[in-house]
Design a protein around this ligand. Structure first.
Ligand code: NAD
Ligand code: ATP
Length: 294
């Protein structure tokens, strides 16, 4: 078996997490390969990893990896997804961050849950992604043109709202006059979309959510649509450019750019354990349904 280990930062608890993961995997004779930038940070901080191999691009991950372990918060899982892409390598998220909504394995459970992975006692949650095509083409949006949480357009360099003409399968839907518009996957429903009044959607539902950001309108509400619809956006505004973000990545595009957003033809696979499933996570981490009177 071969496992990739991915992370972005070195902080207080990184040392003990990495040591636990490495000790467990080595004891089981599992081949380990570290993301090179993370590896360098760990070496700088006196973790001896010289016996392990490194990877630095998504192409390296095509060589028969069984799993990728992400050590960090949700932001780190979003970044890990840009390496995993369409390789179908399941991601195990070890939470070293704050919320850890997607990264659900806590440090104290590392050995127990990695053991469950080895004996096949886990489930796979298949997550929908959205892809972006721009016309005319934009170099910044060419290589990593997909998002696990959401694709967002928003105003740039102005307090003035933008108008987002929106079409679903080429049929006119609405012109949102707002700070921006979010096209979210079910996974992203608990991220930015939630903060803008969007619904919480169970991760494996076959839908997307169109959520306006601060629309100046009483009738513009988040809309849930089937995930086989293609969405087209045309933006106009006082400035010549607007912002496009895919999860944590952001770039500027000119107002002449038309964006097409649709479901990707691949999924990201997240390793889940029943006791850390979605319903428990929203209760525990979003305090879902909490009512002090009961
Ligand atoms: N106002 C907002 O709520 C807001 C604004 C911008 C971006 N975001 C979210 O942040 C994500 C990018 O993450 P980042 O680390 O670069 O930014 P960040 O450092 O601002 O962290 C964003 C927070 O959102 C949480 N989060 C991310 N994805 C989530 C999900 N699917 N479900 C529940 N919580 C989630 C993270 O745990 C973190 O606490 C975006 O994809 C977007 O969903 C939220
Ligand atoms: N490898 C790591 N080791 C220790 N701490 C980490 C590591 N990676 C991330 N962290 C901690 O988690 C914080 C958030 O990390 P990250 O950007 O991955 O997630 P996030 O999107 O902010 O989500 P969350 O709210 O789940 O932490 C970092 O600022 C850091 O404090």
């Amino acid at each position: 078996m071969k496992i990739a280990i991915f992370g972005q930062y070195y902080q207080n608890n990184t040392h003990s997490i990495v040591e636990k993961v490495v000790a467990f995997l080595e004891q089981k004779n599992i081949e380990i390969c570290f993301y090179s930038i993370f590896y360098d940070k760990l070496i700088e901080n006196n973790i001896d990893l010289h016996r392990f191999k490194k990877f630095d691009t998504h192409e390296c991950l095509k060589e028969n990896f069984n799993f990728l372990i992400s050590i960090g918060g949700d932001g780190t899982i979003l970044r890990a997804a840009t390496f995993v892409r369409d390789s179908n390598i399941p991601i195990i998220g070890i939470n070293a961050g704050r919320l850890g909504f997607l990264a659900t394995v806590q440090e104290e459970n590392i050995e127990k849950l990695l053991h469950r992975v080895l004996v096949n006692d886990f489930s796979i949650s298949k997550r929908t992604l959205v892809s972006l095509n721009s016309h005319p083409e934009n170099k910044d949006l060419e290589d990593i043109n997909f998002a696990l949480n959401e694709i967002t357009v928003s105003r740039k360099d102005t307090t003035s709202m933008i108008t987002i003409e929106t079409f679903a399968n080429n049929e006119y839907l609405n012109s949102y006059w707002a700070d921006g518009l979010i096209i979210s996957t079910p996974t992203g429903s608990t991220g930015y979309s939630l903060s803008c009044g969007g619904p919480v959607i169970m991760p494996t539902a076959n839908c997307l959510i169109i959520t306006p950001i601060a629309p100046h309108n009483l009738t513009a509400r988040p809309l849930v649509i089937p995930d086989d619809l293609e969405i087209t956006l045309k933006v106009t505004g006082r400035e010549e450019q607007y912002l496009v973000s895919l999860d944590s990545r952001i770039t500027s595009v000119s107002n002449e750019t038309t964006l097409t957003i649709k479901k990707t033809n691949f999924h990201i696979l997240i390793v889940e354990f029943p006791e850390e499933g979605f319903l428990r996570t929203i209760r525990k981490k979003l305090l879902w349904g909490e009512d002090k009177r009961n």
